[in-house]
Design a protein around this ligand. Sequence first.
Ligand code: GLN
Length: 304
Amino acid sequence: MNLQALIEDIRQQVLPFYDRGQVADYIPALASVSPHQFGFAIHTLDGQEYGCGESDVPFSIQSISKAFMLALTLQADGEALWRHVGKEPSGNPFNSLVQLEYEHGIPRNPFINAGALAVTDRAISHFGDAHLQLLAWLRNEAGNPRLAADEAIAASEREHGDRNAALAHFMKSYGNLDHPVETVLDHYFHNCSISMSCLELARAGLFLANHGASPQTGRQYLTRSQAKQVNAVMLTCGTYDAAGEFAYRVGLPVKSGVGGGLLAVIPGKMSIAVWSPQLDARGNSVLGLEALDRFTTRTGLSIF
Ligand code: GLN
């Protein structure tokens, strides 16, 4: 199979989907991104790399950081992590508050904002500086020592972060945050604000396709069983209230972000990153979903 030709062909097929979605603007600094961009990158376990379109243009990874943060924290915390956060799909938008009170301040899963805040709190307990820990890991795995958070986006998130602050305060009132709300938010916003390209993301996500071990650095980050767990939570919760549609159309563990990026994993084979900034109503990239759907349909590669 000629993967390079395939992704270029898929790119041509999805470009007509421009303007069927909107760039996220609830974080004002995200709204300035040029909307007509599309990147597609693949990294295979045997070391091949493919990219087309804007696959080397850095963008705000936003909630894709939650997948890496979960892996990092699971590695340190083990099963104890699941006392602070659940692993069931929420069926609600990523920033929803409604379930938190019913469920006594324990968020449904690590990929809704409340869950990511709880994971970040655990990460601070283990690493001190959770953001620097994540950044160091990503720099190493993506092979780019200059990766960094975009401070303008982090500041914009903080300035417009009332809802995330509400989620954090609410969890704190239930005793499910050990650190001050401001500290947890600061690490969370900086993680979301990290800029990476599709090529870098696919490289950094490869350990999830390789049962927890990085083919680049040879490091075993997660046990085989933990890698399965992270992929399972990505499949069932990684795209929020669209996880059913993604499982149906794409059939892979996927994590999305409101920057328009998607990281997908084909265990035993490859990692895929797609990016296009215009989002559907549930906060997932319109062209990204179209492209992943076509990729798994045409290659027959999915976990099913
Ligand atoms: N930083 C964003 C927020 O907290 C992340 C949301 C997302 O990518 N779904 O709202």
